[in-house]
Design a protein around this ligand. Structure first.
Ligand code: FMN
Length: 386
């Protein structure tokens, strides 16, 4: 377990979680990393720790460079345990370290989790001098917890960005230019869609706060470190924070006996015939976190469920609950489905779409039993004239 030098006297000392597949329900098909950084200066500083179960890996990487007992500061960018979980373990090995955390929420959160430790609270734009370098703290509240902050080092032009600009991606190579860029950007989009989408306004405020900082490296809290494609990830974040949508459609549905599926297929083909690319998700075969990644930047969303016991199917209810929480903006959509007698599910889906902030642009499509050729033809026509 070796540290990786990312700049003279600055080391990546985090952990690689190759086998992580579910991060509080977000499917992490490519694993993840918990990034921590060690700066060797007059005051030795550790930026973030790792998930508790990886504490020994963190300690081993630090020990490959220095005696951990020499650490003066541990900066906690965010109380969530994937970054702070190893703080108590590290404090056993760093008897002289002070823990730097944001005021008031970082201090409250760390105290609630780990009890009394030698904390030092910092406010917006406070700095500490660690020798030949300065560290400046910039709050990024609700990206994605109240205490979140980033650390900027002006002498190095490095932004230690914690959860911003990161992605769940395990790799033995630390930098953007050593990894497949489309894969990294897709995972960064997935991260934004599932963790940050709700906080677009706060993301825009954070951009304002970071505006004007000269940055030649973004050392993230998860995944790769940006050094060659900084403009690409900043441009993506600008677009995502502004909730920009493309002329694309997403169809999400479940079906017991294929009638709703037939309607879903007809809707997807109708969008394609109109020249609007359309993604098609049978919810039984696709994970919510992947579907949400696609929805974030697609203008149109059609959601379908047959009626079961006077309700929509629980899979679609779960999807709509997740959608409502992430609160996508600027989307338009409609509900569809097949039913046997009452047909309540289609009304319920429409109501939930409205509650999620989706503008309804087509009256709900309710088909009793199996759709006829004429009914499918009518659906195609209604989408042509949207
Ligand atoms: C277990 C079960 C419960 C159902 N409950 C209702 C119901 O409460 N109201 C209704 O309108 N249809 C109900 N149906 C009928 C289905 O909604 C209907 O067969 C519909 O066409 C199924 O669409 P699908 O082929 O997309 O699954 C039920 C069907 C099943 C199998």
């Amino acid at each position: 377990m070796q540290a990786v030098e990312i700049r003279k006297d600055i080391y990546w000392v985090g952990a690689i979680d190759w086998s992580m597949r579910s991060f509080h329900g977000y499917q992490t098909g490519r694993g993840t990393t918990y990034n921590a950084y060690l700066i060797l200066d007059e005051k030795i500083t550790l930026i973030d720790t790792v998930k508790e179960t990886f504490a020994a890996e963190l300690l081993a990487r630090i020990s490959s460079v220095i005696d951990p007992a020499r650490i003066d500061y541990i900066i906690s960018s965010h109380v969530e345990p994937d970054h702070s979980g190893a703080i108590p373990f590290m404090m056993e090995h760093c008897p002289n370290a002070k823990i730097i955390t944001s005021l008031p929420n970082g201090l409250k959160g760390l105290t609630a989790r780990y009890g009394d430790l030698p904390y030092e609270g910092v406010n917006a734009n406070d700095t500490i001098n660690i020798g030949s370098r300065t560290l400046q703290f910039v709050p990024t509240p609700m990206l994605h917890w109240p205490d979140s902050m980033v650390t900027y080092c002006p002498e190095e032009k490095i932004l230690f960005s914690n959860d911003a600009f990161g992605e769940h991606l395990a790799s033995s190579q630390r930098f953007d230019d050593e990894n497949d860029l489309p894969t990294v950007l897709w995972e960064a989009k997935k991260y934004y869609a599932n963790i940050l989408m709700l906080y677009g306004r706060q993301a825009q405020a954070a951009f304002q706060a970071l505006n004007g900082l000269k940055i030649n490296m973004i050392a993230t809290g998860h995944g790769i470190i940006w050094r060659s494609h900084i403009d690409d990830i900043l441009a993506c974040y600008q677009k995502w924070a502004a909730c920009a949508v493309e002329e694309r459609a997403v169809v999400v549905f479940d079906s017991m006996w294929h009638s709703t599926e037939t309607i879903a297929r007809t809707i997807a083909e109708a969008f394609e015939q109109r020249g609007i690319p359309c993604a098609y998700y049978d919810i039984k075969e696709n994970h919510l976190s992947d579907i949400m990644t696609d929805i974030m930047t697609a203008k149109y969303l059609a959601v379908g469920s047959p009626t079961i016991n006077n309700q929509m199917l629980p899979t679609i209810a779960s999807f709509l609950c997740y959608l409502k929480g992430l609160s996508p903006k600027r989307h338009q959509g409609f509900a569809f489905g097949s039913y046997g007698w009452g047909g309540q599910s289609i009304m319920q889906v429409e109501e939930e779409l409205k509650a999620a902030g989706i503008e309804i642009i087509l009256d709900k499509i309710r088909i009793a039993n199996v759709p006829t050729a004429e009914q499918l033809q009518a659906i195609t026509q209604s989408i042509q004239t949207l």
